[in-house]
Design a protein. Structure first.
Length: 317
């Protein structure tokens, strides 16, 4: 940390998705506190997302502990600094226990009917919606290149994982989807890349097996920023309601998110290239993700392709 530079604490989530959706706060802090040196506190699996972020000088990984022990540890790590601003995505009371000039604290009452990106923007008192952003670095790009290789064929990234079982479309259906896509002329010559973290091999297995020689195994290969770099090189992304879905949208990759019994209107992939396929399209009505048939998902993938890549017969009028 530099002497005299204003210090800002950004406490974000232990979940990758919320970290990505709130990532626009990095640029907004820079606008509101020019020259700020930012300390980010986040979950350890998300820490790599901020290592190349502008203005970030320190990342404090925090993991949930019993009896709120993580908050006591974070207080001890931050109480000795005089902060120009404290930003708390978690909506905790930590910022009130620190010496700080400004406080930006999340309030769940703002969530009614709004996308979470918009509620984070309200938290920051931003003049406009804060766009999520992925801050790639050379290390992440190099790790992604090592997995994808030199083949110039277009890549469809698939993330058949989620943090909750009821948000996970069944693994065998991902395999069936890949089989259908391999037979679809639109995807002639395409490669199918499975993306996930350590421990997600079982969920990715059926799709990888179906992809065969056209498959790319990017499951557990590097940290979350390496996965982001691999997704950024993909032409399209399809995944469950998960952190990787938000990563894909933030890279600007056309993204289709599959939603079961969760608030798709609140956590949809943000941006003009984000699409949702929900088991129920009615807000407030929840149905199992297994209500999404392979045929429905296949048709939505084709629609994503046609919207951003081109139709099945682009040479015809």
């Amino acid at each position: 940390m530099s002497n005299g530079a204003p210090q800002v604490l950004f406490v974000t989530s232990d979940r990758i998705g919320d970290c990505v959706m709130s990532s626009g706060a990095i640029r907004e802090i820079g606008r509101q506190v020019p020259g700020a040196e930012i300390t980010v506190a986040c979950g350890p699996t998300a820490a790599a997302l901020f290592r190349a972020a502008p203005g970030v000088v320190k990342v404090i990984p925090w993991r949930k502990q019993k009896a709120a022990g993580h908050w006591r540890a974070l207080w001890r790590a931050t109480v000795g600094t005089r902060w120009a601003m404290a930003v708390d995505v978690r909506g905790s009371g930590l910022a009130y226990l620190l010496r700080t000039g400004e406080r930006r604290i999340y309030n769940r009452s703002w969530e009614a009917g709004l996308a979470k990106v918009e509620t984070f923007s309200r938290m920051m008192k931003a003049e406009r919606t804060m766009e999520p952003e992925i801050f790639l670095d050379d290390q992440a790009r190099s790790e992604a290149a090592a997995v994808i290789g030199d083949d110039s064929a277009p890549v469809l990234a698939l993330a058949p994982i989620s943090t909750a079982a009821d948000r996970s479309w069944p693994a065998e259906r991902w395999g069936a989807l890949v089989e259908m896509l391999k037979a679809e002329p639109r995807f002639d010559g395409w490669r199918f890349m499975l993306v996930g973290g350590p421990g997600d091999q079982a969920a990715a297995g059926p799709a990888l097996a179906a992809a065969g020689e056209r498959g790319i195994d990017c499951v557990g290969r590097g940290d979350i920023l390496a996965s982001a770099a691999a997704i950024a090189r993909s032409a399209l992304f399809v995944g469950n309601d998960s952190g990787l879905m938000h990563v894909a949208a933030a890279t600007g990759t056309p993204t289709l998110g599959l939603f079961g019994p969760s608030e798709w209107w609140h956590k949809a992939p943000w941006g003009a290239k984000g699409r949702v396929l929900a088991s129920s399209p009615t807000r407030g009505e929840f149905r199992p993700i297994t209500d999404l048939t392979v045929e429905r998902v296949f048709e939505s993938v084709l629609a994503l392709h046609d919207a951003f890549i081109g139709g099945a017969n682009p040479d015809q009028p």
